[in-house]
Ligand binder design. Structure first.
Ligand code: GRG
Length: 295
């Protein structure tokens, strides 16, 4: 696929995801409309929509229609956005900016920001449970996977390890473990979402799990690199909160060049895993190239 064709694909999917998210969390007129307004402020902010697009692309690889898959794939973005809202709170990373604008707790009262995060978290599961496009077997598998990857041994565990490591010297293996849980688990789950939607067989599922894990690591290291090389462009602020919060990153532990080399290694391992897939992996290959270069 030519780069231009792929970029068009990515932009088209971003638009479809955003339209679907806008419908799943609509504007309302009820007395608690502020909850929906606040949730939409974060959810419809300028995110890349990487997780739903990864899930959609994997589902498309197994010939699942966008119409069938999109609502389920959007629940990944709800969980991701909730995690960003809570991560930015003063009691966590204390970030004033997110997705190029004031963080939710800066734009709305802090209590409402916490509740908007809670709402997006619960709404993801309500959305999956009532998805009329999916049979019950796939729904239960997706609900389980989403809960597991974002839960107490997944993303939330990673966040706890991350917070408790602040200001401490940690090893590269421990940093990898933090990121495998904090960001890697939901990225790997996004790929597996597509596999479940496409009723992938055992061998394809295993290949996609390996692919997802390697891609998650490549994404996180590339994100650490971007954090130091272009923090202002990325976050709308000059100094990375990782530096302010004394957090170890791949760049601080390994240096910029070695960190760049590691992105390449994980990207190659991800591409290697795709080679065993029984389907045409062009789309997932393109996304892997995109992620390694545009975290
Ligand atoms: C609060 C339970 C809880 C968890 C928070 C994911 C997470 C855990 C915190 C995010 C902190 C962070 C900035 C991590 C670096 C990697 C990352 C997830 C970046 C943001 O994801 P992108 O680049 O963001 O996909 P967009 O805005 O494009 O969606």
């Amino acid at each position: 696929m030519k780069t231009e064709v792929f970029l068009n694909y990515f932009t088209e999917r971003q638009t479809l995801v955003e339209e679907c998210l806008g419908k799943l969390v609509p504007e309302i007129t009820a007395p608690y409309k502020n909850l929906f307004d606040a949730s939409r402020y974060s959810l419809l902010g300028a995110g890349k929509r990487l997780r739903p697009i990864l899930a959609l692309a994997t589902a498309e690889t197994f010939n699942v229609s966008i119409d069938t898959a999109i609502s389920a794939c959007c629940t990944l973005e709800m969980i991701h956005t909730y995690s960003l809202i809570h991560d930015d709170l003063p009691s966590m990373d204390n970030d004033d900016f997110r997705r190029g604008k004031p963080s939710l707790h800066k734009a709305y009262p802090e209590g409402l920001a916490i509740l908007a995060g809670d709402f997006l978290l619960t709404h993801a599961f309500e959305t999956l449970a009532q998805d009329s496009k999916l049979d019950d077997t796939r729904k239960v598998k997706l609900i389980h996977l989403l809960a597991k990857s974002s839960g107490g041994h997944g993303m939330i565990a990673g966040q706890v390890l991350d917070i408790e490591s602040e200001g401490k010297s940690i090893t590269i293996d421990f940093l990898r473990e933090i990121h495998r849980k904090k960001t890697g688990a939901l990225i790997a789950a996004s790929i597996e979402f597509g596999a479940i939607l496409g009723n992938a067989g055992k061998e394809d599922l295993q290949a996609l799990r390996t692919f997802g894990q390697e891609l998650g690591l490549a994404f996180q290291i590339a994100d650490d690199i971007l954090d130091v090389t272009c923090s202002e462009k990325k976050h709308g602020k000059k100094i990375s909160s990782d530096i302010i919060n004394e957090k170890a990153t791949y760049v601080s532990l390994l240096g910029l060049d070695e960190a760049k080399g590691l992105v390449k290694i994980h990207r190659e391992k991800a591409l290697e895993a795709l080679k065993t897939l029984s389907r045409n992996a062009n789309l997932l290959t393109e996304i892997t190239e995109y992620i390694g270069n545009n975290p």
